[in-house]
Ligand binder design. Sequence first.
Ligand code: HEM
Length: 446
Amino acid sequence: MTDTATCPYEDGRIVVDFDQHSPDYQANMAERSHELRGKCPVTWSEYHGGYWVVTALDEVSAMYKRPDLFSAVKDTVDPEGMFRGIQIPDTQPQVTAGFLEMDPPVQLDFRRVLNPYLSPAAMEKWEPLIRDFTHACIDDVIESGRFDFVDDLVNIVPAILTMAMLGLPLSSWEVYCEPTHAMVYTPPDSPDLPRVQQMGLNMVMDLMGAVAAARDNPRPGIIKALLDAEVNGEPLDDAGIIGTVFLVIGGGFDTTTAFTSSVWRWLAEHPDQKARLLADHALLDSATEEFLRYFSPSQGDARTVTQDCEVAGYKFSKGDRVLLSFAMPNRDPKYFPEPDTVQLDRFPNRHAAFGLGNHRCIGSNIARMQFKTIMWEALQRIPDYAIDYDGTERYATIGVINGNKHMPTVFEPGARRGPGLAETMILWQARLDDEAETEAAAAAGS
Ligand code: HEM
């Protein structure tokens, strides 16, 4: 732990001018993280009603490992109540992020249901799907010499994969894709909010219909597992199932899109490193961890202090809100020498990009596999490209997700290699339908 004697902490708090949603943090993330940690690993921000900001890896780890003291729970029954979940500010008091805003033991029940579908073994089945759809998206644009890396590729593939894992029709990806991203990047005062909310409503309606249909005719996948599951000793109701599915969708789409597009841009800006990676596939594993550390797609989440306590030498009061950063500890020089440079072969690299403790990302296997497959295949097809910065747009705030809305890319036109998106969708849907029929027949016969 940091020597608290060197921290002027005696009067209770060191107030910093910090808001993770500010343009300043987006533009100067590394500087701010060193500045805050330099003052003290635990500082106090007066924004959004006041909250602690924790920026060093030792302290963040210690706190994420005490869910009894730092609760993720969100109380939707009493929006004025103490438990305000994982976002600061809590802009949607009536909505929870499923079991991400629950504490053990119930949260762990949900994880037990999902684990078999997100394990490394389960992932192997999906690698060909990710590869086929990556090529299909590229085949649709390769002759034109131009595409939007976000809109035409990395919005699409994670969305289709998530439909497949859930057991939903692959073509539904369009119902879920735009609202899922837009809900993250649309600020509460945006004139576009009503449209985004309407799309969100369409998504809820579609999912309610899909869950009802799955009750009569279940298909293999996460929705069927949730229909069969018991949580806290009881079967899940529709709200529990829908909340969990939205968490998988929210967790699965936006983070992966944000991560992959950030790396695509970085590689365009570092052609020597791109060439190094392209020449050595074995480097992809350590490079993936380094990119996760450096970009930290999910920047940090909040917790609520459940009782007066002292953790890692810092005192907290019941009801305090605490932002436990992932991105800022990922720049902690105690663990990452030269933290603001990307070192593709960095080792060790025990970063916090997938979180720490009981809520650590349950989708980390799929996230890594998806990133590596899409990035490698895209680089094989389009090794030389340039970002068109005029059309590139980052999320207005990186306080939740460090993401990109659009990333137009130009390259030398190439030749198609196979079917495009529409045809690939038909082929894969038929294959998954066959598998479902075989499984249903086996279950009926057993
Ligand atoms: C690069 C991609 C990803 C990153 C950086 C990421 C990051 C994270 C982080 C930091 C957490 C912990 C949040 C907290 O403690 O407050 C988390 C939780 C979670 N993630 Fe991911 N994630 C990624 C991809 C995925 C994918 C692909 C899925 C699903 C298929 C997924 C599903 C989830 C779920 C369900 C949780 C909640 C776990 C729990 O509450 O126990 N994530 N993720």
